[in-house]
Design a binder for this molecule. Sequence first.
Ligand code: NAD
Ligand code: UD1
Length: 330
Amino acid sequence: MKILVTGGLGYIGSHTVVELINNNHQVIIVDNLINSNLEVLNKINKITANNPIFYEIDVTNEEKLEPVFREQKIDGVIHFAGLKAVGESVLKPLDYYYNNVLSTIVLARICVKYKVNKFVFSSSATVYGDQPSPLREDMELMKTTNPYGETKAISERILTDTNYANKDFAVSLLRYFNPIGAHGSGLIGENPKGIPNNLMPYITKVASGVLEKLKIYGNDYDTVDGTGVRDYIHVVDLAKGHVKAIENLHSGVNIYNLGTGRGTSVLELVNTFIKINNINVPYEIVERRQGDIATCYADPSKAEKELGWTATMGIEDMVRDAWRFERNNI
Ligand code: NAD
Ligand code: UD1
């Protein structure tokens, strides 16, 4: 298939581009580089010996995006482009609603117009809110706790309504749990600008000495050791889930959890990182972070049953690959 990947130079997008190429798909990347770097294109080329077509375009710009659909005969889209920092979304809600919601509307409008009937969307486990894990796709969604999460819930709704009105327009809503790790080559990975908000990039910055100490947000949750429990998934497993999702997308609105089904606490992740990489990560326990929940992990059985996809890599692989990427990029 010829697949247009928005946000294809970002963290998850770039890994997905590699897996699409590995599976003989032709890839067209659209990215405005707001949170990525053109250098990633060279890295993709190094890994795959393939040069995907690249357009530097803002997906919210319908006038600039539409010609891409006239120039290329596109079979399907995977829509990663979006802003993703939860804290920033609270401070800049209009930027988040504008970018994340408008990009979904613009892309879906053009897809309907050009009869591009396969649409895969990057959603998040955050749409489930605070409900008991394991989380299942048929659970009712709870009120989201921040504008970022709301943009995901709204985009899911927009795409569902678009499918209702245009039955040929097939949608896959992929709810990611916590993607971490990096490509085994060490060439692409997560490289957030500024001080990271998420756990894994914070750990690697502390391990490399860029940041002094990890703050663990609370050890009084009702979990195995009191620290927060999440379903960490290797980004390459996640990327492979996208290939399966677009290859098996036939009709309707299809919702899938992309997670491992296993919960890992903050302390377990930090200690595994220290052990596998043989490097110290100083940490201290501090107050809980506002908006955090105790436990969040997936029931991934629907994706396994319907897509034939299951995550294969464990925490050890994730911490090893995250550290290899960090060392290559210090
Ligand atoms: P990322 O920031 O690394 O990648 C997003 C890419 O989209 C970047 O390259 C950025 O430059 C581009 N972009 C943003 N707005 C754009 C626009 N208007 N037009 C064109 N390009 C634009 O983030 P990521 O971690 O790879 O996340 C990808 C998607 O997955 C996002 O939609 C994110 O919300 C979602 N998601 C991520 C996580 C996670 O933990 N990383 C979890 C759940 C969902
Ligand atoms: C967060 C977002 C979620 C988003 C996801 C990926 C919130 C409430 N949720 O998920 O919407 O989809 O990122 O971008 O922000 N932790 C520490 N110290 C740190 C950082 C994190 O102890 O410096 C702990 C957290 O308390 C949590 C776990 O590590 O228990 C994972 O945190 P994080 O990586 O930020 O992901 P989530 O909060 O699960």
